[in-house]
Structure formats: C-alpha cells, structure tokens
Design a protein. Structure first.
Length: 385
C-alpha cells in the first residue's frame, strides 16, 4: 500500500513478512524515481540487518555492557514467533527494508535512516513505566525467551500480524502491556519519522518506506503545513528517579548494621558471630541454590555463595552480576547463540543454550540472594528476641 502525500513525498506502508511488500517497494521506487529513499530504520537496526555476520559474532558481554542491551531486548521480544512465521512464508524478517536499500543503490539515490534510535525509544518508554507495568513486561519477556509452542502459534492471526512491520508489532505489544508508554512507542515515533522525512524532502523527492502500522500517523503529520516537533527533545532521555527498590537497597545495610550492633551490645561477640554466620549461610546458600537451579557452572555457584552476603549490603552491585560474569567467562556465548532461541525444540536444547543459561544464572542468583537477605534478617532478628 502506498500513498502520495504531496508532489515531493510518497509513502509506502509495508508488511514485515510479505513478498508483496518487497515487490511493491521495488516497484514504487522504480516508478517514481526519487532523489532519496527514506527507510524506517535507525543506525543500530540498519547495521543489524545489513551486517549480520558481524552482529551474530559480537560477544554478548559487549551488548550487555552498553546501550546495545536495549536493542537486544527489542530483537528478542518477538524474535521466536517472527522466525517461525518468516520460515512458513518464505520471507526473512526485514526483507522489505533491505529491498528498499538495495533498490535505492541500484537507482543510484541516497538512503536516509529516519527512525529514532531504538535504544532512546526503549529508554524513554522504560522511564514512563510504573512498577506493575515493568513486572508485566518482565513476565512477557520471560515468555518470549522460552518461545511460543505450536498450539499458541496456530492461534496467532498470521494475516493480521503481516499487516505491519516487526517494530510496529512490538510497539503495539508493549502498548498493551504498559498503556502509559503508548505515547513514546507509537505517537512520538510517528512525529519523529514525519519530521525527518519532511526535512529530507527539502533536498528532493522522497519515497518513504515505513511500517504499515505507522503509515496513517506519519501521513497525518506530513499533511500539516508545519510539524512543530523538536527532534532533540524527542531524543532526550529523562534522568533516573529514585525508585522504591533503591530505597530498600540502601535500607538493608542500615537494618543489618543496627541488628548486628544490637546483638553485640546485648549478647556479646559470641552471639554476634553466630548472627554473622547465619547471614552468610542463609544468604549465600539461597543465591547458590538459585544458580544451581539455573544449571550454572560450579564456579558460578561458588561465586554466588560468596558474593551474595556481601553484595546484599551494597546497592551498587548484585550477586547475579558476579555469578553471571563468572558464567560468561567459563561458558562464553555470542549473539548467534541467542538467535538460536527460535530453533529450540526440546528441554535439553533449552538448557544447552548459553544465552538462556547466562540470563537465568543472573536472574536466579539475584532472586535467591533477595530472598536470602530477608530470611537472614528475619532470622537474626529472632536470635535477638
């Protein structure tokens, strides 16, 4: 589907998994002979679909230690079902954007990347979410990691999903989970892309290739005489606010010190050392058990045991980070392992995947340490009664 906004701008609304969209993109570019082809991609997403070999072999530590972690999240959320659908319809995800880029190069015209950096979009969205919405998102992300089974796949309206691109589909999914971020995920991007296309149109005739889910919104803004949008404002990431988790994180060492001081002044060194022993055993053991349940390496389990009693008293570091770092060192995954998630069929395959194991080691070690912290504090308090 394509529409002519004015003499200088033609928009093509594409489906993400559709051979028809690939052909239509080529046809429109060839027919209208634009000076610029504007695609709904940011630099990160452009690199991810044009430099696949380089991307797949990037160490996951580099992704998790940078803003690329947000891109990793975005690609993961619907990755499993996209691959299944793409395999069924014989079209690779992102083919319509690649077709637009290839046709532009064939015609000798410039390519403009007009979408906002996906890390900015996701960070702005994350800032707007409340605790309940973040919890729901974490739960859905966990389900996405495990993947959809065949019965769930049969229930998906394939034709409806094909009516829009992958990022639009993901944004709608996020919007249903966390309604408060719809403005960031959909409306802001419509305004941002429209403004960028308008700026490109001042240089010459533009064919804009966008997801069908954004076509109407972008067209609406482009039909106005002036788009009052500050791109820098839409790229701004609000500063972090103090969360309840941070408050609790800072309160835990205070409560611990008060309890230990109380034990010392009322019962002496022997009872104080007994309390410290139980703090280490309870906290360390539960974190180690969490790592064991995630099938972490023996060294990761040991690391979790010794790290948990210490990291529980520091808001700046977590036991899962320590255990995860050790797991990463002894079983180093790359992004290619992550992309294999869509191929998992058996429980054995699931646990053999290094990315799944690494993520679960981090999550379960943290969960065990969190539970251990409150159990240990309660037990120490009982010793003082």
């Amino acid at each position: 589907m394509h529409v002519k906004v004015n003499d200088n701008i033609i928009l093509v609304g594409t489906a993400h998994i559709s051979k028809d969209s690939v052909e239509e993109v080529k046809q429109v570019i060839e027919e209208h002979k634009p000076d610029i082809v504007a695609v709904e991609l940011c630099k990160r997403r452009y690199d991810s679909i044009t430099k696949k070999d380089q991307w797949e072999n990037t160490p996951i530590s580099k992704l998790l230690n940078s803003s690329n972690a947000y891109l990793l999240l975005a690609q993961t959320f619907l990755g499993s079902i996209q691959r299944k659908l793409g395999k069924e319809y014989g079209v690779d995800p992102g083919s319509e954007m690649i077709a637009a880029i290839d046709e532009a190069k064939k015609q000798g015209v410039d390519v403009a990347l007009v979408d906002r950096d996906i890390t900015v979009t996701l960070r702005r969205a994350w800032k707007r979410m409340g605790f309940r919405e973040k919890f729901r998102l974490a739960w859905e992300f966990l389900k996405a990691l495990i993947g959809y089974d065949e019965e769930e796949l049969e229930e998906v309206d394939l034709e409806k999903l094909m009516d829009q691109d992958v990022i639009s589909a993901m944004m709608e999914e996020f919007g249903e989970i966390a309604p408060s971020i719809t403005e960031v995920l959909i409306n802001e991007r419509d305004k941002y892309i429209a403004k960028k296309i308008l700026e490109e149109s001042k240089k010459g005739k533009v064919v804009g290739v966008v997801g069908a889910g954004h076509l109407n919104g972008i067209q609406k803004y482009l039909q106005k005489e002036k788009i009052n949008v500050d791109l820098k404002e839409l790229e701004y990431i609000p500063k972090k606010k103090v969360s309840i988790f941070k408050v609790i994180g800072y309160l835990i060492p205070v409560v611990f010190i008060i309890l230990i001081a109380y034990m010392y002044f009322h019962f002496g060194w022997e009872e104080t050392l007994e309390a410290l022993k139980w703090w280490i055993l309870i906290n360390g053991s539960l974190s180690a058990i969490g790592t064991l349940l995630a099938r972490g390496h023996i060294l990761s389990i040991i690391a979790a045991f010794f790290a948990a009693p210490i990291t529980s008293l520091s808001p700046a570091i977590a036991a899962g980070w320590v255990a995860g770092y050790v797991e990463y060192k002894v079983r180093k995954p790359v992004v290619k392992d992550f992309k294999d998630l869509g191929k998992l069929e058996t429980l054995r395959d699931f646990w053999k995947n290094k990315v799944i194991r690494l993520l679960f080691v981090v999550a379960f070690a943290n969960l065990g340490s969190m539970i251990g912290t409150f159990v240990a504090l309660w037990y120490i308090a009982q010793l003082g009664i």
